[in-house]
Design a protein around this ligand. Structure first.
Ligand SMILES: Cc1ncc(COP(=O)(O)O)c(C=O)c1O
Length: 432
């Protein structure tokens, strides 16, 4: 079948009528994608509730219930209707609405309209779908020089884009000036990824840095640059210090400027400790937008998902919806936050108490949130050699990244945290 130009044009007009700057951000593929409102899906929907429905590609029992196997069902205390049928490509509606409400609750300064979140198969998938929709080959993506390595796979190897890196830190904070340099020029398309709490460093910007970043982006947008800001909020909510940005930058950027499209990518993977559920969300926010524009963005997103995984798992979406509407949810989350926060504090005091002792070998990079922190090894020490030594001589596993060692305090019990650093110290001593 050929591309349905009519359907594509309807969506593209809704976007250009709402805000033509947003349309100019789409990739070639993104401009052409649509969610089919006709065809198999529409014909299937039209037949819902009819006495005989021979439309859907699922198997139905004679009593009209979804066919399923007892050996699966005995493990799942949910209505089979919420488990076995396909979920929509957009994700199930009550979950999308609930997640949107939660975004607003968790980001109280977000005052503008936002799209309804579209469900993805985890945050990696959200990033890949955004790459499909907005990134053309050879385009630049601005991000900090310390970054989650999967961005290489998604944007560089998958999207054939170029990563244009700025310094992550200057002294003890985010290198806002270095970021600004990458957003110079006018009348251009700019794409930037920001990830707080950050992987690998565990850093979240201060409230003041968030203000400065917002101002820089607005200034760039005033120069008629069209800016796509991708906010990878995988570790949202896990902030352990005062003065650090507790809300997502989305609150500011979704209402910053008609030339800025903010895309929030978040999910239950890290923040709700459900790594294997594979549920993420894509949510859009732009100062100048309309209901029809948001619907078109959602439709293009769902169209890209349809051509990629068809739809996400229904079972985990139903389970999650139950959790997110449960009365004990917030309390349970708080307990887990407290546990991670305690580990963070123990780690911080271990480093403070031993600052002079560790100084000849390594120093911590700024950290205040998330799952991780990094230490920078002093010149002459090889991170990979230290990692292997820690494994072989100290039975301790860490990640070596360039000349840094990344420590996931999220996965280590409080009592073992001082030991990690003691082991690291002794491993470094062996090579000095
Ligand atoms: C910054 C960041 N974004 C996204 C992800 C991936 O999330 P998901 O497992 O939901 O794909 C990770 C996982 O390590 C991450 O560190």
């Amino acid at each position: 079948m050929t591309l349905n130009h009519n359907e594509v044009n309807l969506l593209n007009s809704a976007i250009t009528d709402g805000n033509p700057n947003i349309y100019s951000l789409f990739s070639k593929k993104g401009k052409e994608i649509y969610f089919p409102s006709k065809g198999v899906l529409q014909q299937g929907n039209a037949a819902k509730g009819k006495r005989i429905n021979a439309t859907i590609g699922m198997a139905i029992e004679d009593n009209m219930r979804p066919m399923h196997l007892q050996s699966l069902d005995k493990w799942i205390p949910l209505d089979p209707l919420k488990v076995y049928p396909y979920a929509p490509s957009y994700g199930i509606s009550p979950l999308r609405k609930r997640w949107q409400d939660l975004i607003k609750e968790k980001n109280p300064s977000l005052n503008s309209d936002i799209s309804l979140p579209v469900v993805t198969n985890g945050i990696t998938h959200a990033l890949s779908i955004i790459c499909y929709l907005f990134v053309n080959e050879d385009e630049n993506i601005v991000l900090s020089d310390k970054y989650w390595e999967n961005y290489d796979f998604i944007f560089q190897y998958g999207g054939k884009a170029r990563l244009n890196l700025f310094n992550t830190f200057s002294q003890n904070g985010f290198d806002v000036a270095s970021m600004e340099e990458k957003l110079e020029g006018k009348n251009k398309k700019q794409i930037m990824i920001l990830n707080f709490p950050h992987n690998p460093t565990g850093y979240t910007i201060s409230v003041n840095e968030a203000e400065r970043i917002t101002e820089i982006l607005k200034k760039s947008a005033d120069r008629n640059n069209k800016i796509l800001v991708l906010l990878d909020d995988a570790y949202f909510g896990l902030v352990y210090e005062d003065g650090v940005l507790k809300e997502s930058l989305f609150s500011k950027l979704a209402q910053a400027h008609p030339n800025i499209l903010a895309v929030k990518m978040d999910g239950v993977t890290k923040e709700d400790y459900a790594w294997g559920f594979r549920i993420g969300f894509i949510t859009y926010g732009c100062q100048s937008s309309t209901e029809a524009l948001y619907k078109a963005l959602e439709a293009k997103t769902a169209g890209a998902i349809r051509g990629n995984i068809s739809s996400g798992p229904h079972l985990s979406q139903s389970l999650l919806l139950n959790a997110l509407t449960s009365t004990s949810y917030s309390q349970e989350k708080k307990e887990k936050y407290n546990l991670l926060s305690t580990r963070y504090l123990v780690l911080k005091s271990t480093l403070e108490e031993n600052r002079e002792k560790y100084k000849p070998y390594f120093k911590p990079l700024p950290f205040n949130s998330g799952y991780f922190m990094c230490v920078q090894l002093n010149p002459g020490l090889d991170a990979e050699v230290i990692r292997i030594t820690l494994l072989e001589k100290f039975s301790t596993g860490v990640i070596a990244i360039d000349s840094m060692i990344r420590i996931a305090f999220s996965s280590v019990s409080e009592k073992d945290i001082p030991t990690i650093f003691d082991n690291l110290y002794h491993a470094c001593q062996m090579f000095s």
